[in-house]
Ligand binder design. Sequence first.
Ligand code: SF4
Ligand code: SF4
Length: 383
Amino acid sequence: MHTRVFEPRQLTVLTTSKCTAACRHCCMNSSPERADTLSWPQLESSLTQAFAELAHLEVIIFAGGEPLLLGQDLLAAIRLCKRHGVVTRIVTNAYWATSREHARFKLRELKEAGLDEVNISTDDYHLPWIPLDAVRHAYEEAIALEFSAVVLANCFGPETTLTPERVKRELGAQPNLHLHLNDAGGVIEHKAHNGKTLVVLANTPVQRLGRGERELATSELGAAHPDLDALGEEVGGCPWAIKAAAISARGHFVSCCGFEVEDNPILDYGDLARTPLAELLDKADNDLASNMIAIIGPIRIMNMLQELCPDEVSFPGNYRTYCEVCSDLVSSKQNRDALYRHMGRFAELVLDARQYLKEKYQDHGVLDYPPLKIRPTTPSDPA
Ligand code: SF4
Ligand code: SF4
């Protein structure tokens, strides 16, 4: 094993593209009609490789689609993680919590398998598919069973009826319910204390990604970020690229789960059925476009491309988040081609940044560096 600069500290296993719901905002395009699902041999092989390769792996998140559709395979995967001492989380819509008894039964199974954290999604887009009562059953029983963290994930927009405030009123009788974002949209860090369950309401603005890009009306999305350039400067490189990588429902190793990036020419590094994880990790770590996203960040890349070659790119604007910009950067062939044409100019900056990170943060094998704020200047056009 050797030290890579960009390596996952958390790994999301996108267990299946199938879901019991087809929420209009789903960034993963999941639905009952889709069917790609990781088999047990795929799960076992990819997790075993991850444990062998990733010395700093802290958490494995089972998401989808709906991970509970995997049944016994999900329990076996959680047991495997437990044996390797890795924290586990599920992200579920709680379709299975049709009664308090059902909720308790399912959650007990998960707890006995070794599951640590439960994340339950609920908002206007989930409500047509999953009643709030199911969410209430799962939420209350998860707290009663003392999972180390229980999160209610709520996406909201200007027309939302199931707002974070209403979720709090209807489900959040917990005195220790914490909000994930403050009024200014900044992330509030919470840590569990004294073995108590950490209960969080993850209040995040709805994004124009995946099915949301096709189905949400502009009026359902919040206003564009008031100062996207300042956001790009403040956050710098994408904190999730490669460091929060994922295994897709068809067994591909991908950069993140910001949206459905399986098969994306930049963010999908390849099929684990054909290439060992170690090679795909090296490929990701050495990939110039991915390094630019992780070091410079999609907003500043967009700005630089617009400055360098305005006629070669198209960014419609009205962006709220990093992932919305990134989606237009990596999903559009026109923008990808412009990035490929011009990215050589940034190779030296990327190499310098990687060297800086190695010297400053990897002396003791520590890969945990703060958000990257390395400032690129747009190289001038060679005469
Ligand atoms: S948002 Fe969640 S519950 Fe809704 S379709 Fe997507 S994966 Fe399923
Ligand atoms: S900005 Fe791009 S690389 Fe980062 S999480 Fe979003 S989609 Fe993934």
